[in-house]
Design a protein around this ligand. Structure first.
Ligand SMILES: Nc1c(NC[C@H](O)[C@H](O)[C@H](O)CO)[nH]c(=O)[nH]c1=O
Ligand SMILES: CC(=O)[C@@H](O)COP(=O)(O)O
Length: 223
């Protein structure tokens, strides 16, 4: 087996026999791209077109020419199940965010029985519940809704930062998309504007994100 410098063209086959080290000369690969690919020696030249189209052959050039694009569909929601974790704190805001989210689910043909709403005291309590729901395996995505509004102390920072990192970690640890629909605002006016006011409804926007992510995972990223 020999390593060969290359122009960034390599074809990866399961039963490969020659090591090819891609170099930075390829316009497609980042400067620091160094990856050992192995493939039968005779594939050093461009393989037959019909071969590169098979499932097993990957050529960076061909891949770039015929990239596969995976994206969740917001029009294929059949059978997708969602949990919505909603903080009661500032519920004048969070109820409006929730309403926007529920309307969006309905608009995109998600059945009402496929949406479970879970209420918690405040945004700080959202992550532990989101993680629990994610790990249950019963939902395709978890939508987290809250409204953290700055007061006189630094408590705002603790709650907002904890909610953000907590929701992120809930998704990472459960493997289920957890969508951050928590407003973090300096004033009630800012929050009102984002809960159905002139800046739209962030709950509705987050619900659309949840639909796309649920579809991506269900239709493209399943084990
Ligand atoms: N000030 C806000 C809170 N504070 C409450 C915390 O979320 C938490 O319930 C409490 O610290 C007990 O653990 N929560 C919000 O959602 N929004 C706020 O503006
Ligand atoms: C985000 C908060 O916790 C905040 O609303 C609490 O207000 P304060 O900082 O005046 O106690």
């Amino acid at each position: 087996m020999s390593s060969l410098g290359a122009t960034g063209i390599g074809h990866l086959l399961p039963s490969t026999s020659v090591a090819l080290r891609t170099t930075k000369s390829s316009q497609f690969l980042p400067e620091t791209a160094t990856k050992t690919l192995t493939f039968p020696f005779h594939f050093l030249r461009a393989p037959p077109a019909d071969l590169v189209r098979t499932r097993n052959v990957r050529s960076p050039v061909v891949v770039f020419a015929g990239n596969r694009h995976l994206v969740g569909s917001v029009t294929n929601t059949k059978g997708l199940r969602f949990a919505v974790v909603v903080a009661r704190f500032n519920e004048i805001i969070t109820n409006s965010l929730l309403e926007g989210a529920l309307q969006t689910f309905k608009q995109y043909s998600v059945k009402e029985e496929d949406v479970t709403v879970v209420k918690v005291p405040g945004s700080f309590e959202i992550p532990v519940v989101a993680q629990k729901l994610g790990r249950s395996g019963a939902y395709n995505a978890i939508l987290c809704i809250g409204a953290v509004i700055r007061g006189d102390t630094t408590h705002y920072d603790a709650v907002a930062n904890s909610a953000a990192s907590g929701v992120l970690n809930a998704g990472l640890s459960s493997g289920v998309p957890c969508v951050f629909g928590v407003l973090t605002c300096d004033s009630m006016e800012q929050a009102i504007n984002r809960a159905g006011g002139k800046s739209g409804n962030k709950g509705a926007e987050a619900a659309l994100t949840a639909i796309e992510m649920a579809s991506l995972f269900e239709h493209h990223l399943k084990k």
